[in-house]
Design a protein around this ligand. Structure first.
Ligand SMILES: O=C(O)C(=O)C[C@]1(C(=O)O)C=C[C@@H](O)C=C1
Length: 99
């Protein structure tokens, strides 16, 4: 894969971005498989949304962004959406259990 510092055209840049996005999609897919597991393991529907853990996950995302040299505010916004999407998905999977 081409490195950012080696890009000389926008085609190079976009090929790099598309490759990164494919990798992100695979990782996010694996993250959603953990939501399948959470929906299977949690004892009650009321446990699906956990605001304390949500705050911890978003704080972790901010620390990880800073460690990898990208904007902390962007990380907080992205993970806010990611965790809310995960919660919605987890509710759907939990409700499929039927108990
Ligand atoms: O840690 C959990 O309890 C999860 O179900 C995972 C997760 C997340 O997306 O990281 C999703 C829902 C909870 O509100 C908190 C965090």
């Amino acid at each position: 894969m081409i490195l950012p510092q080696d890009c000389t055209t926008m085609a190079d840049v976009r090929a790099g971005v598309d490759d990164i996005d494919r990798q992100l999609a695979a990782l996010i897919g694996t993250r959603f498989r953990f939501m399948d597991a959470a929906a299977r393991i949690k004892p009650a529907r009321g446990a699906v949304r956990d605001e304390w853990r949500k705050a911890q996950v978003i704080d972790n995302a901010a620390v990880n962004a800073e460690a990898n040299d990208w904007p902390v505010d962007a990380a907080r916004q992205l993970w806010e959406h990611l965790v809310e999407a995960s919660i919605g998905y987890e509710f759907d999977r939990f409700d499929e259990r039927g108990n």
